[in-house]
Design a protein around this ligand. Sequence first.
Ligand code: SF4
Length: 456
Amino acid sequence: MKQVYIETMGCQMNKSDTERMLGMLAHFNYVETKEPHEADLLMINTCSIRQLSEDKAFSAIGLWGKWKKHKPDLKIGFCGCVAQQKAEGILKRCPYVDFVLGTHTIYRLPDIIKRINQGERVCECEETHKTEADKEKDYEIKRVKSVNAWIPITEGCNNFCTYCIVPYTRGRERSREPEIIIKEAQDALNQGFKEITLLGQNVDSYGKDFKDKSYRLAQLLRDLNALEGNFRIRFVTSYPTDITDELIDTVVELDKVCEYFHIPMQSGSTPVLKAMNRRYDRETYAAIVKKVRDRVKDVTITSDFIAGFPGETEEQFVETLTAIDEFELDYSNTAAYSPREKTVAAKWVDKYIPEDVKTKRLARLNEQVRINCLKSNQKFIGREMEVLIEGFENHKGQNVITGRTRNNKIVHIPCDKDLTGEFVNVKITGAKTWYVNGELLNAEYDKISTSTAAAN
Ligand code: SF4
């Protein structure tokens, strides 16, 4: 057996690709190690969403390159979004790298392993020469042990938001066949996973590229909901204007689909949204959020925002803060604008916001998110909710189990027994900024619940 270490950066899509690559490598007798020093094959699965992540990737791989002096048989692979973007340039820049593998071509990995073992240096990023190796084969997926299995349903994006690198690194939008997704979900359930999260840059456009235009996300959810067993289904990410009435009704109708939507707004200002090439204005976004809230009881709606987009004025930035508050967004991911090569906005150098202004805006944005998150959590104090337990730890001397409600609230519960993977009923007793506290209600757990005191 040989050992492989994969450093995974960035989003859940990369984590999912890593699980697939580990499955392919298992065919070549590679087992995963968490210790890079022990590995015969080192791989980095990179993210290019911000310059900082790209810089980190090159710095990590530079260190690995030095190890080759003492371990000449060591192989090094550079994968993911930066690989897709820079391709051959990486082989030139980093002479110690044995292969570069893009996001469109991960199924060529078995072929690449054979070639590098014969001494070749390989770059496989081009989709243009489709080969047999590009086909998704029935490789086992080496999933990270957890209660939640991530399953990509779409890959790539057609939207070309002016700040975003994804259409260049992940390509045009492609939907995966429903049969493959359903099989992966069934396999994950058979392995004991309790939650399936469908993944894509824009899951709501699932099926737009199929011949049969009637098979969309709502139908996929129905087919998954029909699988046997007690489990949950989630889906991320939704593009605001692609959320259909049928999808909202389906979430309400299906018992396993959770009351949770992640709907990135990016800015609260209509002119900034236009400059970002988002296909909605502030009012349209507000109407979508209202529609979802009116129909889906207890729904949690989360979002993403960028601070300091080129040309953003102070007034326009304040509109982002008011949007978070006015639309009662439960939580938001935030980032300062980071120019990315090839994107339209990166060329607007004369409109760049100074770094110190961006930093201050990001801090104000984070403070608004914090305020809203706490308000959102406080709404659930006193409620009884179902929680899927995800972990067990000793927190400041007290044993605590942690899980999520259907609407994605993180709950900390004092309990001496590890109930990971179990569904429990919990009364919410208190709210913190990023989580709520609860106490177990299930009679069978009475003896193991240590106290009803707050878990923090
Ligand atoms: S919709 Fe999302 S992934 Fe697609 S270009 Fe816009 S920000 Fe990027």
